[in-house]
Design a protein around this ligand. Structure first.
Ligand code: UDP
Ligand code: MG
Length: 322
């Protein structure tokens, strides 16, 4: 019988889309970086429906590297989903993620783990000397980073860096939709995680090409809106929609009453007044917003109760020894 592997304490999760050329080197570098730590680990490499030979190379590697867990997705789902698949397949109490294109440096992993052990739940890499195109990548990313820091309240320099270390609880509390992997620190922060940052290496892409262009900036902004809403109003949507709805209804009602007053007291013709249109629109919009808020309240209850998602996260419960 084959000797069974010990349960891993560390899981390294890497999403791969058309990275056949970097894959062998990636595995070599990961093994070199992690073996010296002298703790049971696994490499969870996820093929995100690559069109090139990634799946084949990965399967071949899985046959020779005992610590390798290869997850082959049926089609291309995107980086967030690939990472989520990796998280689900992983078993370690600590999870490290990085990109599969060798832009992140596996040699930085021990640094992240050391910082995590200082009592953090999430440690994010900061590509302080980032090696990407200036105009298409660095500028939008700088603006996005500022904005994200501002909106989410998590003070990180670099949200786009995939090289991160997490405690498992942090990851299993989160669901990743869209391209929300970038917002993992923000989402974790909403759930009460302690977060830190360390400077890491960054290399230019050597093989293949980036899967993203300038259009990503736009999608990141949309995701940011979602995260902002979740942070502020997830458990009390009525506070946004209800307030907006009441204000719009009130405005519509007041303007409408004013017009009725003019009509009755002064006998003026109000049929073709722009104000009439405004009053109507405002009132109707208000009613809509208000109802929307009520529906959101129901939806929020379904969200939390159907999945047994508590509205709080406990770090520890300490009981006196009675
Ligand atoms: N990736 C993926 N699925 C996709 C797109 C990308 O798994 O649909 C992986 C890709 O193989 C890489 C990581 O996500 O390991 C980051 O992608 P990329 O290097 O293209 O992004 P960039 O570094 O340019 O931001
Ligand atoms: Mg890259």
């Amino acid at each position: 019988m084959e000797m069974s592997q010990p349960v891993p304490e560390l899981s390294v999760v890497v999403p791969l889309y058309n990275e056949e050329e970097s894959l062998p080197q990636l595995v070599d570098q990961l093994l070199a970086a992690v073996r010296v730590l002298d703790l049971p680990f696994e490499l969870v490499l996820v093929d995100d429906g690559s069109k090139d030979g990634t799946a084949k190379v990965l399967s071949a590697l899985a046959a020779t590297v005992p610590e390798l867990v290869a997850v082959l997705l049926r089609r291309n789902y995107g980086q967030s989903a690939a990472m989520a698949a990796g998280f689900d397949a992983s078993r370690g109490a600590v999870i490290v993620t990085l990109d599969g294109d060798l832009q992140n440096d596996p040699a930085d992993i021990p640094l992240l783990l050391a910082e995590l052990n200082q009592g953090y739940d999430l440690v994010s890499g900061w590509r302080h000397q980032r090696q990407d195109a200036a105009v298409q990548r660095l500028l939008p990313s700088r603006i996005a980073n500022r904005l994200i820091a501002r909106v989410t309240g998590v003070r990180l320099h670099d949200y786009g860096c995939s090289l991160k270390a997490y405690r498992r609880e942090v990851v299993s509390d989160l669901n990743l939709y869209g391209e929300l992997h970038r917002f993992l620190p923000a989402l974790a922060f909403i759930e009460g995680a302690r977060i830190s940052e360390v400077k890491v290496n960054h290399h230019p892409r050597r093989f293949g090409q980036s899967k993203y262009g300038l259009d990503r900036t736009f999608r990141v902004l949309m995701d940011l809106l979602t995260v902002w809403f979740m942070k502020r109003f997830l458990t009390r949507p009525m506070h946004v929609f209800g307030l907006g709805g009441l204000a719009a209804m009130g405005l519509g009602l007041m303007v409408g009453l004013w017009l009725v007053g003019e009509k009755l007291l002064l006998g003026s013709d109000i049929g073709d007044r722009p104000l009439l249109l405004m009053a109507l629109l405002s009132f109707l919009t208000g009613v809509q917003l208000f109802c929307f808020g009520l529906l959101a309240e129901l939806q929020m209850r379904t969200y939390h109760e159907s999945q047994g998602r508590p509205i709080y996260r406990v770090r520890a419960t300490l009981r006196g020894n009675a």
